[in-house]
Structures are given as structure tokens and as C-alpha cells.
Ligand binder design. Structure first.
Ligand code: FMN
Length: 333
């Protein structure tokens, strides 16, 4: 059993299991769905451009929508220059964020061209100025999310982590893949294990955790204080609760719930939280991951992808679940 509570600059995270920041996925509807299923001790927003954030209207922006209970919530910022820091931090304070995360891992060319994400971590002087400004402007916990570096070189990774701690970072999440490495590649949890145990701040390990066994294995190899889970939490919304119970002894008071009920709960949350024109795209993105582990799930994914409206998607999804229930009962006959 691993330690069930981790403190990050005085903030208690229990269980130490975080929902990863994911563009188009880590929004209020998913956070609320996972809150219902249990097992998450820390939420992240998807990455938010620090340049734009101060101008976004929290009442209408789908990126800023939150509801009661989605806490603690760290706002992930994509920062390219120090001038963006002050106004963005002010906005996070006004939104009532519980922490600020700096994205230092995103390898997308559009992000790198602006000098943000993984391009920022390569420019130590600019990063130092940005971290110093963040540290000066907020007392909130400061976290960063990084990858292993270009080659998984352990001394370089250790040096990078120590630099981040020296600049005032309170939590480091390491996505256990090389810079730019595709998500289908094996996560290198053991490389995280070369640095995490010796750092004076908690490290969360991320990447490729889709089952309780993988969560256990990632903790054994990395020595991390906690886990960050992305796609696994979307494809199996009960996964974090199972991990929390089995690895941390933190049990959620939730009724077991089948895929159909889970899917339509999410559907309802999208309708509740987002303007009509924002719903279908998010449903399609969620469905791609949610359908993957289901028997004949490609049928659900492709029929929802082909839908032109939420009403059509609902009918097609109902149809899919009806057929799969009747197939399952025939198999039992
Ligand atoms: C659709 C999608 C969007 C993502 N968006 C972000 C993001 O906004 N910020 C970030 O730091 N990482 C982002 N990531 C990376 C995830 O946070 C995570 O590091 C990655 O998915 C590996 O973890 P997993 O195997 O548990 O999914 C994204 C990943 C996916 C699949």
C-alpha cells in the first residue's frame, strides 16, 4: 500500500491520483463524471494559453467552466513570455484555482513555435525568469509537467528536476516518454525511478496507465509519490476509483455503473455544461477513447463520429448499447 495522502505546498492530495490535462477532454463534464466515479485527488484543466486567459469570460468559455466539487483544480498554463505571467496568474486567482501548472512538455509544433511547452524547458534562462515571476505572483502551489528529455539521459533529467525545485516548483509530473515520442511507445517508468525518490518535492508519474496492474507497476518502477492518468481515465471512468481502493486504500462510496449508464451520464453533463454548438465535438472526442475497450466499441465510435447532431448521436449510441446488451444475453443463453 502506498501513502494515501501527499502534501504539495501544504495542500493535501488524497488519493495522490491526478486527472491529466488533455485538450478537449479535461473539461468540467469529464471532471464531474470522474468525481461521481471517485478516485481522483487532483484535477487539471487542459492547457490554457496565458496570453489569452485574462480575456476569456469564465461564464461562457468552455475551457473555464467548472462546477462544485471539481477540486482541487490546477490551471495549466502555456506560457511563452514573462509578460504573460502576471495577468494570467491574476485570472487564476480570480477563478479560485487551487494551483498553477506550467506546461513544459507539449511537443506540438504550433506550441513550440511560440516558444512554449517543450521549447520553454530547453531555454533555461527564459524558463528561470518565467518561474521566478510565477513564484513572485502567487502563493498557490506551483507544478510543472515535463517529459524525460530528448534521450532519457538520467543526469540531465536529474539536473532539470533540481533546477525546477530550486526555482520554487512544488510538484513535478513526469510523462515517462522522450520529448516528441508517440503515445503508442512504451512508457519508461524506470527512468523516472532514477530521479523521483531523491527529489525534495513529490513527483507524479504519467503515461500508459490503463489498469490497476499498470498503476502498481508504474509506482514500483518510478518510486513516484502519485499518478497522473489521462486516456485511461476516459476509456475506463472507474479506473481511478479502482486504483485508489486497491493501491491507496481510499474507497469511494459509488454504486457500480455499466458503460451505458456512464456514457449517458457524460452525455447529460455535456448538455448541462456546454452551449449546444460545443457539445458534439467534445462527445466525439470522448467517445473515441471511451469506446476503445468495449466489445465491438468501434461500432459506437464510428456511429457517433458520423452523427451530425447530439440527438442523432444519442439515438445511435442507444442503438449500439441495445444491440450489445442483446448480444451479451444471447451469449449467456
Ligand atoms: C487528447 C490529448 C490532449 C492532451 N492535451 C494535453 C494538455 O493540454 N497539456 C498537457 O500537459 N498534456 C496534454 N496531453 C498529454 C497528457 O496529459 C498525458 O501526458 C498523455 O496522454 C500520457 O498519459 P496517458 O497515457 O495517461 O494518457 C494530451 C493528451 C491527449 C491524448
Amino acid at each position: 500500500m502506498w501513502r494515501k495522502t501527499v502534501h504539495v505546498a501544504g495542500l493535501a492530495l488524497s488519493p495522490p491520483v491526478a486527472l491529466a490535462p488533455m485538450v478537449g477532454l479535461s473539461h468540467s463534464a469529464l471532471r464531474s463524471l470522474l468525481l461521481q466515479r471517485g478516485g481522483i485527488g487532483l484535477f487539471f484543466t487542459e492547457m490554457l494559453a496565458a496570453r489569452r486567459l485574462p480575456h476569456d469570460n469564465a461564464r461562457i468559455s468552455p475551457l473555464l467552466r467548472t462546477s462544485d466539487g471539481e477540486r482541487p483544480l490546477f490551471y495549466q498554463l502555456l506560457v511563452a513570455s514573462v509578460a504573460e505571467v502576471g495577468p494570467a496568474v491574476d485570472k487564476v486567482h480570480r477563478l479560485g484555482g487551487d494551483g498553477i501548472d506550467l506546461n513544459l512538455g507539449c511537443p506540438a509544433p504550433l506550441v513550440r513555435r511560440q516558444g512554449a511547452g517543450s521549447a520553454l524547458v530547453e531555454d533555461e534562462a527564459r524558463l528561470r525568469t518565467i518561474l521566478a515571476s510565477l513564484r513572485k505572483q502567487t502563493k498557490l502551489p506551483l507544478s510543472v509537467k515535463i517529459r524525460l528529455g530528448p534521450h532519457g539521459d538520467v543526469p540531465a533529467l536529474r539536473g532539470r528536476c533540481r533546477f525546477l525545485v530550486d526555482e520554487g516548483v512544488d510538484l513535478i509530473t513526469i510523462h515517462a516518454r522522450l520529448d516528441g515520442e508517440k503515445f503508442c511507445r512504451r512508457p519508461r517508468w524506470e527512468v523516472v525511478g532514477e530521479v523521483a525518490p531523491d527529489l525534495p518535492v513529490p513527483v507524479f508519474v504519467n503515461g500508459g496507465i490503463f489498469s490497476v496492474d499498470e498503476a502498481r507497476h508504474s509506482l514500483e518502477l518510478s518510486g513516484a509519490a502519485g499518478l497522473m492518468i489521462g486516456r485511461g481515465a476516459v476509456s475506463r471512468p472507474g479506473l481511478c476509483a479502482a486504483i485508489a481502493a486497491e493501491l491507496y486504500g481510499v474507497r469511494s462510496q459509488v454504486e457500480p455503473c455499466g458503460p451505458e449508464e456512464t456514457y449517458f451520464s457524460f452525455f447529460g453533463l455535456l448538455e448541462e455544461r456546454f452551449a449546444p454548438e460545443r457539445r458534439l465535438g467534445r462527445l466525439k472526442q470522448f467517445t473515441t477513447y471511451f469506446a476503445a475497450p468495449l466489445a465491438f466499441g468501434h461500432g459506437l465510435a464510428s456511429s457517433v463520429q458520423a452523427s451530425g447532431s447530439m440527438a442523432e448521436a444519442r439515438d445511435r449510441a442507444r442503438n449500439f448499447f441495445q444491440i450489445s446488451t442483446s448480444n451479451a444475453s444471447h451469449r449467456e443463453d
